[in-house]
Design a protein around this ligand. Structure first.
Ligand code: OFO
Length: 164
């Protein structure tokens, strides 16, 4: 059984994960619009992953008999100045999500809610990976700078996501 407070916070985390999905789908659409198909594919896959994060919490709450209440999903930004700006925004968003997960863990510890605490460990580890991946792409985009050739290569590399 999880507390009312934890139920509210997990519902809010579902919303944040759904927003992550929406944000990355919006980035995917923007990349499509500027003909960066590889970045677009990467972002579309990321959007699917985020939906999976939301559903993981959804499944856990159902197993715990906690009442799920879905909130409205905020409208995401639709345009960015450059691929670098978009990936910097993705990295900043992941840092925000990490903080949110850490806050949830703190509540679970305070409430001695061992089951939720252990459930959240998966997310703690996932966030390390999420931040590292986004930061890695930011660093590569910085290296590439204004080089059209470099950007083309990176677009192709990211478009291979899911094939390796
Ligand atoms: Fe990107 O990890 Fe969920 O939100």
């Amino acid at each position: 059984m999880i507390s009312e407070k934890m139920t509210k916070e997990l519902n809010s985390q579902i919303n944040k994960e759904m927003f992550s999905s929406y944000l990355y789908l919006s980035m995917s659409a923007w990349f499509e619009s500027i003909n960066h198909d590889g970045f677009a594919k990467w972002m579309q896959m990321q959007a699917q992953e985020e939906y999976g994060h939301a559903m993981k919490i959804y499944g856990y709450m159902n197993n715990q008999g906690a009442r799920i209440e879905l909130g409205a999903i905020e409208k995401p930004q639709a345009e960015w100045k450059s691929p670098l700006e978009a990936f910097e925004a993705a990295f900043a968003h992941e840092q925000f999500i990490t903080k949110s997960i850490n806050d949830l863990v703190n509540i679970a510890i305070d409430e001695k809610d061992h089951a939720t605490n252990i459930f959240l460990h998966w997310f703690v580890e996932e966030q390390v990976e999420e931040e590292a991946t986004a930061d890695d792409i930011v660093q590569k985009l910085k290296m590439v700078g204004e080089s059209k050739n470099g950007l083309f290569m990176l677009d192709r590399e990211l478009g291979r996501r899911g094939q390796q």
